[in-house]
Ligand binder design. Structure first.
Ligand code: DC
Length: 243
């Protein structure tokens, strides 16, 4: 008689979450990574890091030769901190300096330059080598990890996204709501119409609209897609005999 044992092996997945600014990617990615016991990588922070260093070096966002030279001297890494990962650029902790409106717009501009994307492509792929990670960005599922195990595209209406971002900024009172909305619209336009790796859903991405969906519900919906992908079954014959 044949006894069949099903061996169940838990795969380490690489999960991508792309989408426009303010769609809730960061909160959702963090929660999802937490639930799975995975690492979470915010790739927008890397573009912001390049923007910060470009501004410090007095470079214009379209100075390709200058940006190339800058990138050749940059070593950007994430290290664990008390509240999530910290971004280091050549050993300096720049985590708290990359969220200003100026950096936001310069990050969008430098992210359209091939030299910057080429540099960060290798950095990001290296970070994904061991899997068990959730990557958040704009081109994670389309360009950086086209073979990702599960791809999501998180969207929401412009009004909702602008309001969320405004509430986040409100403590610092940097901008009024209508300014937040118009700069977000501008950035959406830059990010989705650029020639290189424009923001768009991968063909095989699962699209989730978070306009009327609370964060927890988004995460649960994602987990429902992910759970079956984590399990790989190996049917194996075992036991005393064969039939
Ligand atoms: O997610 P964020 O707002 O921190 O991203 C800052 C900018 O970086 C955004 O305007 C577009 C760019 N970006 C990108 O081009 N590709 C990514 N994978 C992540 C961000």
């Amino acid at each position: 008689m044949l006894h069949k044992t099903i061996l169940c092996y838990m795969k380490r997945l690489l999960i991508t979450i792309d989408g426009p600014a303010g769609a809730g990617k960061t909160t959702v990615s963090r929660m999802l990574a937490d639930r799975l016991g995975y690492k979470y990588i915010d790739t927008g922070a890397l573009y912001r890091g390049v923007a910060l260093q470009a501004i410090s070096a007095g470079l214009k966002p379209d100075d390709d030769a200058g940006l190339e030279k800058l990138c050749s001297t940059l070593k950007m890494t994430f290290v664990p901190g008390k509240q999530g990962l910290r971004l280091l650029s050549n050993d300096a902790d720049i985590t708290d300096s990359i969220r200003t409106p100026e950096i936001t717009m310069v990050a969008s501009a430098v992210s359209a330059r091939a030299v910057v994307r080429r540099y960060l492509l290798d950095v990001q792929r290296e970070m994904g080598r061991e899997k068990a990670v959730v990557f958040e960005g704009r081109d994670m599922g389309t360009v950086v990890f086209p073979d990702a195990d599960v791809k999501f595209y998180l969207d929401a209406s412009l009004k909702t996204r602008a309001l969320r971002r405004y509430k986040e900024l409100a403590a610092g009172a940097f901008q009024m709501l209508d300014e937040v909305e118009s700069s977000m619209k501008q950035r959406d336009e830059n990010d989705s119409t650029r020639d290189l790796a424009p923001l768009k859903p991968a063909k095989d991405a699962i699209i989730i609209d978070s306009t009327d969906l609370p964060v927890k519900a988004v995460v649960e919906r994602m987990l429902a897609y992910i759970e079956p992908c984590k399990r790989t079954h190996f049917p194996s014959a075992s036991g005393p005999g064969r039939d």
